[in-house]
Write a protein that binds this ligand. Structure first.
Ligand code: NAP
Length: 479
């Protein structure tokens, strides 16, 4: 594992050690596990310049040659899965089994885009004039800047970097300051796979606003791809507006999970557990609001309570642990304040709701009943292992409550009715809907949201298009 533990920024194929450092901690123990180079504007600009220099040669390679490099990268990530998972658990906190799942999930995007790299095809158009033909080709954008969050440090960057490289773009990535080590380790594997110098750069640092400003103001950057909060996404969109840079925004969610009276209760409870407590509730597609039909509510709550009571919370490295810490003590504090606020407004704590004796970064799995739509635990993305539940009586009421949010990322529906599956899925204003299933993500699906959850899609046959420009060529004089 140690050979993959990099603590420097990767600029133009060189690991750059800076005197300025920042500490990375293990959230379960609060131990400092590394001191990492703290880059600023100068290093970000150097990385962008390097990416700009590397772009002509990389984009001119055959798509087969780029695909081969991505394949080698995929194979190296899979070969090093266990070391990567350990590093991920150490800096992020998720249980080892989940970390391993994330490594392979991230790798699946590299593999997928190694395949898709071969399909950058265009079109021949039949024009209204008989003496000319129209061609449409796809060209890579140039330098792409990518900013990723701490909740899925490997998967979120693989979803951006793999399609960008497949399309012939070059990349400057800024990983979250909480979790730079996994990104640096996977970048080291990219170098070993033969990604040429300057094609993929990683800028680590704590002054995110300055790094973001350097990225969005540099003329060589043709696109910004961002995964993170809606608040920062809005800011970056504004910064990209003047130069009209392309953007992809994967922003916050506030997923409703609807359990109808004809649902399979066991399936609905299993789905709720997976959708809520994975990564300690810190995923953008986590079920944030549970809506249960009154007729099925007592059975659902009983089975859900049993499942929540069976969770084992602890440090991610420990055997048998099914839920780890949150990312930081500050995140726990914010969560607890929101729960306490809901209680003062009439919510009832059914499980959890206290500061955990396991440590300052732990928050217990929590179930809140008697929740109202006006409460912040309902209106805002929780990003915590807290489950607010409301009941409903009609489909129309459930759909209206579910759609009553600015977010539009994911939603879940549990019903045995074929008719209702379609009707409700089509009425929900979200980019992704899981019907009787909450494990909805994979490299073959278009991941992304609508409304304030962002724009653009990652993964799938649509994902490569976000990194290419269409060019129309008119060939005349053919009479
Ligand atoms: P965040 O605060 O927005 O941070 C995300 C990234 O943006 C980090 O790398 C952060 O750097 C950087 N950043 C912060 N302020 C910036 C600025 N002014 N300019 C440029 N970059 C800036 O979000 P988070 O709390 O880490 O992540 C959780 C959020 O991400 C949730 O809302 C979640 O729903 C969303 N998310 C969405 C998806 C999706 O696919 N839609 C997937 C995963 C997560 P530092 O770490 O250095 O502050």
């Amino acid at each position: 594992m140690h050979e993959l533990r990099k603590t420097e920024a990767l600029i133009d194929g060189v690991w750059c050690a800076l005197d300025r450092r920042f500490a990375v901690t293990n959230p379960a123990t609060e131990d400092v596990i590394a001191q990492v180079s703290d880059c600023g504007v100068a290093e970000t600009e150097q990385a962008i310049d390097a990416a700009q220099r590397a772009w002509p040669a990389w984009s001119a390679l055959s798509s087969l040659a780029r695909s081969d490099v991505l394949w080698r990268w995929y194979e190296l990530v899979v070969a090093n899965q266990s070391a990567l998972a350990q590093l991920l658990t150490q800096e992020q906190g998720k249980p080892l089994a989940e970390a391993l799942g994330e490594v392979l999930y991230g790798a699946s995007y590299i593999r997928w885009f190694a395949e898709e790299a071969r399909r950058l095809d265009g079109d021949v158009l039949s024009l209204p004039q008989s003496d000319r033909r129209g061609l449409v080709i796809r060209q890579s954008l140039g330098v792409v800047a990518a900013i990723t969050p701490w909740n899925f440090p490997i998967a979120m960057f693989a979803r951006k970097v793999a399609p960008a490289l497949a399309a012939g773009c070059t990349v400057v990535l800024k990983p979250a300051a909480e979790t730079p080590l996994s990104a640096l380790a996977v970048a080291e594997l990219a170098l070993r796979a033969g990604v040429p110098k300057g094609v993929f750069n990683v800028v680590t640092g704590t002054d995110a606003p300055a790094i973001g400003q350097a990225m969005t103001s540099h003329p060589a950057v043709k696109k910004l791809t961002f995964t993170g909060s809606t608040k920062v996404g809005r800011l970056l969109l504004r910064q990209c507006a003047d130069a009209i840079k392309r953007t992809s925004m994967e922003l916050g969610g506030n997923a409703p999970l609807l359990v109808f009276e004809d649902a399979d209760v066991d399936l609905a409870v299993a789905g709720t557990m997976a959708a809520k407590f994975r990564n300690a509730g810190q995923t953008c597609i986590c079920a944030n609001r549970i809506l249960v039909h009154e007729a099925i509510y007592p059975r659902f709550l009983q089975a859900l309570t049993r499942a929540v009571d069976a969770l084992q919370q602890g440090a991610g490295e420990q055997e048998g642990v099914t839920i780890g810490p949150m990312i930081s003590a500050a995140a726990v504090q914010t969560t607890h304040e929101r729960v306490a606020e809901a209680v003062t407004q009439g919510a009832i704590v059914h499980r959890g709701g206290f500061v955990s004796p396991l440590g300052e970064s732990f928050y217990p799995p929590t179930i809140l009943l008697h929740v109202q739509p006006s409460m912040r635990v309902w209106r805002e993305e929780l990003f915590a292992p807290v489950l607010p539940i409301m009941t409903f009586t009609t489909d129309e009421q459930a759909i209206a409550l579910a759609n009553d949010t600015e977010a539009g990322l994911a939603a879940y529906v549990f019903t045995e009715s074929r008719h209702r599956c379609w009707q409700v899925s089509e009425a929900l204003q979200f980019g992704m809907v899981g019907v009787n299933e909450t494990a909805i993500s994979s490299e073959v699906i278009p991941f992304g949201g609508i409304k304030a959850s962002g724009s653009g899609r990652e993964g799938s046959k649509y994902g490569l298009a976000d990194y290419t420009e269409l060019k129309y060529i008119c060939m005349g004089g053919l009479s």
